[in-house]
Design a protein around this ligand. Structure first.
Ligand code: XIL
Length: 329
């Protein structure tokens, strides 16, 4: 029998996988054996849970909770306030015009209250706010309806509402390009400001959608160091290592090229070595999937292009990267 992936770490370490109704069924055995945390890839997003103001749809999210609890797997929540996958009714009046600030904040509160309370004590951490920082040089917050209508303090309020609904849940700010030096400073500044305002925020989520060379290891290290300086917990929330570099738009590969998986294993080893170095801060690494038979990268950023980003292959067998990570133990 293969050693369990999560046992390669200290006992309170969590190794997670994002799951959806399809993978929950076809990857069930793999999930139960190697992962001690799961996250809903989509099923806890605003549009899935709350498609209309007066209607919540918890069926799939509840199924995920039951699967996890039946198998002794912890659940990490994703995500409460985001500019994507949020239905338009949230930002509109009944006449189709933009909602006002009070209405939007009332809706945000009611959504957060309902969702976080429903899973109170059963979800150990929530990505409360996702991707609120701009990727544009010189621009601070990402333009969004949340920001347009409610102003900057929607951020503080989101954390306050979540904390009121479950005082024991760890609350995270989550973002991507988190290791880019300029964005890193913006994320630092945002979280620092929230802390100064007294926000109940406990950690920063580093999405970690990386590839075989980017971002450079030194930038990842610098980001971890910088965020750790805030005295917060760090979770790696959406780890995958694409075999393609960003400029590479080839669509004709049906299997990884010679050398790609060796390079990927080496890279996984380097980053897990780094995570271990910072284990005082990092106690949770979630992959954005579990095995190469399914990944959102099959459709992003190039539609219909197969990718192989994980440490288990398409048949759920361990790749070289799995053995290399275990070696570090
Ligand atoms: C992605 C899902 O994986 C896809 O299935 C969906 O179509 C779009 O969202 N950052 C996040 C995640 O915080 O919620 C995103 O998940 C990937 C990028």
């Amino acid at each position: 029998e293969l050693p369990k992936l999560y046992e390669a770490f200290q006992s309170d370490f969590r190794i997670g996988a994002a799951v959806n109704p399809h993978t929950l069924s076809v990857q069930r055995e793999l999930l139960v054996r190697h992962f001690n945390s799961v996250t809903a890839e989509n099923e806890m997003k605003f549009e899935r849970l709350h498609p209309e103001e007066s209607r919540y749809t918890f069926t799939e999210a509840d199924r995920l909770m039951t699967f996890a609890e039946d198998n002794g797997i912890a659940v990490r929540g994703h995500t409460l306030v985001w500019h994507n996958q949020t239905p338009s009714w949230v930002f509109e009046n009944s006449d189709g015009g933009p909602a006002d600030r009070e209405t939007l904040l009332r809706r945000m509160k009611s959504h957060i209250d309902t969702v976080v309370s429903r899973y109170k004590g059963r979800i150990y951490a929530w990505d409360v706010v996702n991707e609120a920082i701009s990727d544009q040089g010189g621009e601070w917050l990402r333009p969004s309806k949340w920001l347009d209508i409610a102003g900057e303090d929607f951020l503080l309020k989101a954390f306050e509402y979540a904390h009121a609904a479950d005082p024991d849940a760890q609350l995270f700010y989550n973002d991507y390009n988190e290791s880019d030096p300029e964005k890193r400073e913006k994320i630092y500044r945002l979280v620092h400001t929230l802390l100064e305002q007294g926000a109940p925020i406990h950690g920063i989520g580093l999405q970690a959608h990386w590839n075989l060379v980017h971002p450079p290891l030194d930038d990842i290290r610098a980001a971890i160091e910088r965020y750790a300086g805030l005295g917060m917990k760090l979770h790696i929330t959406e780890l995958d290592l694409s075999v393609f570099q960003f400029e590479d738009r080839r669509t004709d590969l049906t299997a990884p090229l010679e050398g790609m998986l060796e390079q990927q294993a080496e890279r996984y080893m380097q980053i897990f070595r780094l995570f271990k170095e910072y284990k005082q801060y990092i106690d949770c690494v979630t992959f954005w999937g579990a095995a190469d038979d399914y990944t959102w990268l099959d459709n992003f950023p190039v539609r219909g292009r197969k990718n192989w980003p994980f440490v288990f292959d398409g048949k759920h067998e361990p790749k070289q990267a799995y053995w290399d990570i275990l070696e570090l133990a």
